[in-house]
Structure formats: C-alpha cells, structure tokens
Ligand binder design. Structure first.
Ligand SMILES: CC(=O)SCCNC(=O)CCNC(=O)[C@H](O)C(C)(C)COP(=O)(O)OP(=O)(O)OC[C@H]1O[C@@H](n2cnc3c(N)ncnc32)[C@H](O)[C@@H]1OP(=O)(O)O
Ligand SMILES: O=C([O-])CC(=O)C(=O)O
Length: 378
C-alpha cells in the first residue's frame, strides 16, 4: 500500500458520528449538545454540564435537585479504595492512583457487568461523584494529611476544593475551578475518549473503558500536558519578586532556546485546532482572575513570554492545558495532581461517549499495511 494512503495517527479520519459535542476549528467553536462551551462556563455549574452531556438537555429545577442529591450522596471515599490507595507507595503517580481507584471501584461494583443504559448511567454518576475524593485524598496523603469528609452543603467544585485543602475556598477560586471543570469535560474523539470507545466497542464494561481512557489521558501529548506546563515554568524558574516584564523576557529566551533545540513544548499545539483552542480565552480569563487574586504577576510574565515567543517563532497557539497548569498551581494543587483533576472532569465526556458507542455499536478495528519480513519458512 502506498504511504500516502496510510493515515498515521488517524489524522483527518472521520470514524463515526457523535451528538455529544462539536469541535469546529474553522469557527473556533466548541458546542456541548449544541451549547457553546463559553456560555456554559459562564452560566452553569459543572453538575448541570454533566447532566447535559449524559442526557442531551440541561436539567430543570427538580431534575437538578435529584441529580445533585445523588452526586452529594456518592462523594465519600470508598473504604476499599482508601485501603488500596494507602497500600500504594507515596511515589506512585497520581494518574496511576486514579487509574487503580477506577479499576477497584469497577471490580467492587454490583453492576460491574451490567452495560444496560440504566446500569451505565448509574455507574457513570457514581464514578463522577467518587473521583474528587480519590484525587483529593491522594494529594493529602502525600502531604501526610488525613481524609477530609465531604460537605453536603457545598456544590461539586467547592466540595472538591474543600476535600483537597480542608478549607473552604472563596467564591472567585471556586468559580475559576468550576470553569476549568466545564472546559475540560468533553472534546469529541480525542485520544482518551476514542480509547474509551474502542474498549466499549468490544462490549466490555464502563469501568474498563474509563480505566483505559485514564491511561491514554496520562501522556504529555494529551492531558499530561497540564502537568508538563508547570515543569516548564519550574525549569525557567518562578521568582515571586520578579516583575511581569522581567519574567516575560526570561521566558522568551527559554522558549527561543527550546525551539532552537527542536524541543516540543507542552501546552502548545493541537491536532484539530490550528488557529488556537476555542477554550483558551475563557480559561485565560479565569487564570487572570487567579493571578490578580493571589497577587502573582510574575506568573503572567512567564505565561505571556512563552506564548509570544512560540507565536513569533512558529505561530503555534496554546491549548487548554496551558492556562490550566498555572491556575491549578495558584490554587495550591501539587503539579502531579493536575491531570487527575482533568480525569475528574472528563469522566463526564468519556461516559457520555461510552453510552453513545454502546447504543449504536460497531467493533472498532482498523486495518494495517504490513511492512515486515516477506513470507519465509522455518
Ligand atoms: C487537552 C489536550 O490534550 S490538548 C493537547 C495537549 N498536548 C500538548 O500540549 C503537547 C504538545 N503538542 C504537541 O505535541 C502537538 O501539537 C500535538 C500532539 C498536540 C498535535 O500534534 P499534530 O497535529 O500531530 O502535529 P505535529 O506534532 O505533527 O506538529 C506539526 C508541527 O508543529 C510542531 N509542533 C506542534 N506542536 C508543537 C509544540 N508544542 N512545540 C513545538 N513544536 C510543535 C511539530 O514539531 C511539527 O513541526 P515540523 O512540521 O517542523 O516537524
Ligand atoms: O481533542 C484533542 O485531541 C485533545 C483535547 O483538546 C481534549 O481532549 O480536550
């Protein structure tokens, strides 16, 4: 087969329909079930967006009340999961902790093998409710701290921060976190969602599909980029006494040097968007608010310096992982916790796709062109 017919990385290949979200790189827009993500981020809670992704419509008041009650009832850390996390070394990467916790939640689930619409919806809801406790506790145990019990009077985002830090956060911080969760929730056939769909297409179960998706998200070419962005900032050096201009100038020099060495700089570029990620302006506005709230202009200097130098050298724009990295850093999350936060959000999109795949399934099995040894005999 001629090389020109090979679609490496499935780039540009349309493999199926989806009604969950529409990514349009020409208009730089992203719709969840028809709604622009920017509008959802401005006006909705993450719980409403989760409901929308799973049900196709936003909830009315009573639907939201019922949904919220179920989410709040499922927040406590499962004792079996806690036991397993405690058995893992403190050096275990938090993404491996999330992946392991998901697998255990699945293995213990009474509906583990039930892939009916009702079974999948119940499991998706429970995993969505349970993941913040996993992410929060893992960060806390690495700091030598105990579990913080969930608070039923707080919404999803406020409770996530409460369980992580053991302190209630001010509304500006909760709002910025809520925005990030909504923006991370869904993005059509990205690598991790496609992974979840591949697993589902074999008629495997929801937790297997999500466990595999977490593995796909971990890599720095995908979700792991938010963690990698912070490593870049650390490598350049965060100097709290520095002015915005001084930080920007050092960051520009760093980027020029990195690009001259042909390095890939995480947090920039995208397979689908070639003129900028539709979600970045909304997340950058949230980051700006956090920079003002925490009084850290030098981080904006680093952010601007890298962005400008990349734009001047290669016209490559930041993706969503670029503004979320420093935002989570400012909020007090450890850098390796950043991608698990993405997991907690993307569970909604993954499971919406798992249910969509299951409803109109066809085994996903592409072809390959053989380029190994010619047929031979022993
Ligand atoms: C939420 C998310 O998952 S968003 C994505 C997060 N991932 C990252 O931030 C990782 C860094 N970015 C990348 O590696 C890429 O931009 C990808 C993988 C996301 C998309 O890449 P692709 O569409 O496959 O493009 P590809 O990697 O072939 O890049 C095309 C060209 O742009 C360059 N390029 C793309 N991204 C970058 C980058 N971040 N830094 C430096 N150069 C880059 C490539 O080196 C290549 O240059 P060349 O043609 O001179 O060889
Ligand atoms: O769409 C992609 O390839 C990656 C991405 O931005 C996401 O999953 O949010």
């Amino acid at each position: 087969m001629p090389e020109s017919e090979i679609r490496k990385g499935l780039a540009g290949v349309v493999v199926d329909y989806t009604a969950v979200s529409k990514v349009n790189p020409d208009t730089n827009s992203l719709l969840y079930r028809g709604y622009p993500v920017q509008e959802l981020a401005a006006k909705c809670s993450f719980e409403e967006v989760a409901y929308l992704l799973w049900n196709g419509e936003l909830p009315n008041e009573s639907q939201l009340a019922e949904f919220t009650a179920r989410e709040r009832a499922g927040r406590a850390l499962n004792p079996v999961v806690k036991f397993a996390i405690d058995a893992l070394p403190l050096t275990t990467h938090p993404m491996d902790v999330c992946r392991t916790a998901t697998s255990i939640i699945g293995a213990c689930h009474p509906l583990a093998e039930d892939s009916s619409v009702e079974g999948n919806m119940a499991k998706a809801m429970e995993l969505f409710a349970a993941m913040p406790a996993v992410v929060a506790y893992d960060q806390r145990r690495r700091r030598g701290q105990d579990v913080v019990e969930p608070r039923e009077d707080l919404d999803y985002s406020a409770n996530f921060l409460w369980m992580t830090f053991g302190e209630e956060q001010v509304p500006e911080v909760v709002e910025a976190f809520n925005v990030s969760m909504i923006l991370y929730a869904e993005h059509s056939f990205n690598a991790s969602t496609f992974t979840a769909r591949v697993v589902t297409s074999t008629l495997s179960d929801l937790h297997s599909a999500v466990t595999a998706a977490i593995g796909a998200l971990k890599g720095p070419l995908h979700g792991g980029a938010n963690e990698a962005v912070m490593h870049t900032f650390d490598e350049i050096g965060i100097r709290s006494e520095e002015s915005l201009e001084e930080a920007a100038s050092r960051a520009k020099t760093w980027m020029e040097d990195a690009l001259s060495q042909k390095k890939k700089v995480m947090g920039f570029g995208h397979r689908v968007y070639k003129h900028g990620d539709s979600r970045v302006p909304t997340m950058k506005a949230a980051l700006d608010k956090m920079i003002a709230h925490y009084g850290r202009p030098e981080l904006l200097g680093l952010y601007n310096g890298l962005e400008q130098a990349m734009d001047e050298a290669k016209a490559i724009k930041p993706n969503l992982d670029y503004p979320t990295g420093p935002t989570y850093h400012l909020m007090g999350f450890d850098t390796p916790t950043f991608t698990p936060i993405f997991v907690a959000s993307r569970i909604t999109g993954w499971t919406a796709h798992i249910m969509e795949q299951a409803a109109a399934n066809s085994l996903i099995r592409p072809l390959s062109a053989y380029n190994g040894a010619e047929q031979r005999s022993l």
